[in-house]
Design a protein around this ligand. Structure first.
Ligand SMILES: [Zn+2]
Length: 387
């Protein structure tokens, strides 16, 4: 949208965020200290309300989309001076950490890093949105274009309550910037993500007394064991397909031939063709023991985010912004899915991994690198201008 500004402007802009690094850090800390597990609606609603207030304080108009099972999803609209399509900033405020985690995993700073549950995934990303929007308003005396922020309450558990809203907002937008964590400590953005599916295979056999009439039984466990070896063979590292039978259950007692057994399966695929092929394969498994029956439930939850020309073009814009800061921005393809998969799947240019830099997402050592915050904020601000 804007022609490139002379270099010293970008140095000044970077200094603007350098000066605000501590404030930005405090905002992240504040957000981390409001625990917000996906499966606790009151807790999720608490942070949703808090964030609505923060975005309204910088001039946004907040709107809560009611959700019954999960926290209400939060949409914030910012008006812009130019009458162009808005850019959508996408994120989530739920975390994988149950209430009380802070007691054992307190938010703290050490060695230039901020530790705490959700610091990386993705409360730092939300704080970056706040500061980037505020900066653009200061630099342009009002936002140069409309910006829509959408913060989801159930991303970590599949985004069932928010997906439709995400998709309808994306459709209205010129591009989608996803504030999920960067890939690796060099801060690469994500231009491809694998698709994710979850399946449950249930085997029903025929129960029998294991001592008195073993010949009459048809073990669901033996059948499941054989099916699991079939599933394991579907793994194809080279083409990016993974199939993991992560949880198995079955049987009732040692002296009973098991009547039922189940496997919960996580699958990852790199493109839409693989998703269709794999789904078909999983649903057409045949029992080895004809007296056993198989049923497969579940499906692909997030289609892969593929590196389309729209995605590649958006990445090039990010590279150009980073270059103004003498920063060679890298790109990465990753195994995990995000809500960016939905929007990229609709053909809307999407760039992911624009949030904090750090490591340990979902783990006890989750943290961000504090010194990376200023240029992440500037990258986001520059992209909002140029998408
Ligand atoms: Zn996330």
């Amino acid at each position: 949208m804007k022609a490139q500004q002379p270099k010293n402007v970008w140095h000044e802009r970077l200094r603007y965020f350098d000066v605000r690094q501590d404030a930005l850090l405090n905002t992240i800390r504040e957000l981390v200290e409001i625990e917000s597990p996906s499966d606790n609606k009151p807790a999720a609603d608490r942070i949703g309300g808090f964030l609505a207030g923060m975005f309204e304080a910088i001039g946004g108009r907040a709107r809560l989309h009611r959700a019954e099972e999960f926290g209400d999803n939060l949409q914030i609209e910012f008006a812009g001076r130019e009458n162009v399509k808005p850019v959508l900033l996408l994120g989530h405020f739920d975390t994988v950490y149950p209430l009380g985690t802070l007691a054992n995993m307190p938010c703290h700073v050490a060695d230039g890093r901020l530790y705490g549950p959700g610091a990386l995934d993705m409360k730092s990303g939300i704080a970056l949105m706040l500061y980037a929007i505020e900066a653009l308003k200061a630099w342009h005396k009002g936002l140069p274009r409309p910006v829509t922020v959408f913060l989801v309450s159930d991303e970590e558990v599949g985004s069932n309550s928010s997906r439709k809203i995400t998709e309808s907002l994306a459709k209205e937008s010129a591009g989608v910037l996803v504030l999920e964590p960067a890939a690796g400590l060099r801060g690469a953005v994500k231009t491809a993500r694998k698709g994710v599916g979850e399946y449950i295979l249930t085997v029903r056999g025929v129960a029998a007394h294991a001592g008195l009439e073993p010949g009459k039984g048809h073990s669901a466990i033996v059948e499941l064991a054989r099916q699991i070896t079939v599933l394991a063979k579907l793994n194809d590292r080279e083409s990016g397909i993974s199939v993991n039978s992560g949880i198995i259950r079955g049987g009732t007692r040692t002296n009973v031939v098991a009547a039922e057994a189940t496997a919960e399966i996580d699958v990852r695929i790199k493109n839409a063709k693989q998703a269709i092929m794999l789904d078909r394969r999983l649903r057409s498994l045949k029992p080895f023991d004809k007296r056993c029956t198989l049923s497969m439930e579940g499906g692909i939850n997030r289609m892969p985010m593929e590196r389309t020309t729209g995605v590649a073009a958006l990445y090039q814009k990010a590279v150009a912004v980073a270059k103004q800061m003498e920063w060679k921005l890298e790109e990465a393809a990753v195994g995990g899915g995000s809500d960016g998969n939905f929007t990229a799947g609709m053909g809307v240019p999407t760039l992911d991994g624009l949030g904090g830099v750090g490591s340990g997402a979902h783990a006890v050592h989750e943290h961000i690198v504090i010194g990376e915050l200023p240029r992440r904020a500037l990258l986001l601000a520059g992209l909002i201008e140029t998408v």
